[in-house]
Design a protein around this ligand. Structure first.
Ligand code: GLA
Length: 391
């Protein structure tokens, strides 16, 4: 994976369009430290934006056309902004098309643009390359036309694009952190009211992402099924816990008292969500108390819950997590994102990073016959405009 930077995308634009771009925007991918499958249950999440990002170099047009070069794929697309339909031939373009449509739908006055897109966020690995492209696109138009759009609104527009235009029924976490991420911090996001708090990432520990290189094939259908099971749990619990609107409103104690009204599988799903919300809150308290070991223990518990109760892990991810957890100096490890493949996230003492790389790669290869890509990441800022010389 090439690490694209601002200077490179500037020159790609220059070569393709024969002029310099007017601006360059950068939108990061994300990794979720804890709080998985809680966002669409009105719950809590603790993601960080990462140092891999999608870049757009662009110049405004005076007409109503958008032209795009997807440099990584060496494909182009062109469409008129007044008649935007989904593209079957260029699936990557739907994130751009959907955002333009959302902006116009929200009443913003925009014109066309010439764009070059390139990214160092691996596609299909569960690190939110799609949210990065949506948010970067929206931000680019926002800058061109001085649109008054708050970060939260931009994130909601990107989520709506994903839900209504692309057809993926995701929650708000990815688009929110890609928009509002903060360097060296994770964000504790309350996905009910979208209030959030910056949580410093421990300075003595590295965030390490391990890509299993398993495509997340089941992710779409199983994701929707889990959402439906959560909604069913809420309906069945309502008579016993008045006023609840989502699993966010249910405590472990309440679930222990009333969970017998749920089918066993639905009870398992609810137990994951309810306990995961409690783990997120406990994690933030642990970090505030500088107790990284406790935070790591909660990450491990999160993985066990995702594997056993929410049933979104697969043997290869379990192998990757188990290998990480065995490394001396690894505080905790878990699958991150929707599951069924993609990446794990581990928190590792700064002194143990090289040992971690070596031991996890070897153990994953030995148990699955596959190579993992392992990289240390840093919590970075959300979407921003950058200068060509500031790679
Ligand atoms: C995907 C979705 C998010 C969230 C996670 C699971 O990344 O896009 O909204 O639901 O799965 O935590």
């Amino acid at each position: 994976m090439t690490m694209i930077d601002a200077a490179q995308i500037h020159s790609l634009f220059q070569t393709h369009y024969g002029q310099a771009p007017s601006l360059i925007v950068r939108a990061p991918g994300r990794v979720n430290l804890i709080g998985e499958h809680t966002d669409y249950n009105d719950g809590f999440v603790l993601p960080a934006a990462i140092d891999r990002a999608t870049f757009i170099a662009a110049a405004p047009r005076t007409d109503r056309r958008v032209r795009v070069l997807a440099a990584d794929l060496n494909e182009t697309d062109e469409f008129a902004i007044d008649h935007i339909e989904r593209s079957g031939m260029r699936p990557w373009s739907n994130y751009i098309r959907g955002m333009v449509r959302a902006l116009i739908g929200a009443g913003h006055l925009i014109n066309g643009a010439d764009m070059v897109v390139a990214s160092s966020v691996p596609r299909g690995a569960g690190l939110s390359s799609s949210a990065a492209l949506e948010v970067a696109t929206g931000y680019m138009f926002q800058l061109f036309h001085n649109l008054n759009i708050l970060g939260e609104e931009l994130a909601l527009m990107a989520q709506a694009t994903e839900n209504q235009f692309v057809g993926v029924n995701c929650g708000i976490m990815d688009q929110f952190i890609v928009t509002l991420g903060k360097a060296n911090h994770a964000l504790l996001i309350d996905c009910r009211d979208l209030s959030y708090q910056e949580v410093p990432v421990p300075a003595n520990a590295a965030i390490i992402i391990c890509d299993s290189h398993i495509e997340r094939t089941l992710a779409g259908s199983a994701y929707n099924q889990r959402r439906a099971e959560c909604e069913q749990a809420v309906e069945l619990l309502k008579p016993f816990i008045p006023g609840i609107k989502a699993l966010r409103d249910v405590s472990s104690a309440q679930l222990a008292s009333h969970g017998h009204v749920l089918a066993p599988v639905v009870l398992q799903r609810a137990r994951h969500v309810v306990s995961e919300n409690e783990r997120v809150i406990a994690s933030v308290a642990a970090l505030a108390a500088d107790n990284v070991a406790e935070f790591g223990r909660l990450m491990n518990a999160s993985h066990a819950s995702l594997r056993d109760d929410y049933a979104v892990s697969i043997p290869e991810m379990d192998a990757l997590v188990a290998a990480a957890q065995r490394v001396n100096g690894c505080y905790g490890s878990r699958l991150t994102g929707a599951g069924f493949g993609g990446c794990t996230v581990s928190l590792v003492d700064n002194n143990a990073v090289e040992r971690f790389r070596h031991e996890v790669a070897a153990a994953y290869l030995a148990s699955t016959g596959r190579s993992a890509t392992i990289y240390v990441t840093h919590a970075s800022d959300g979407v921003s405009r950058i200068r060509p010389d500031s790679a």
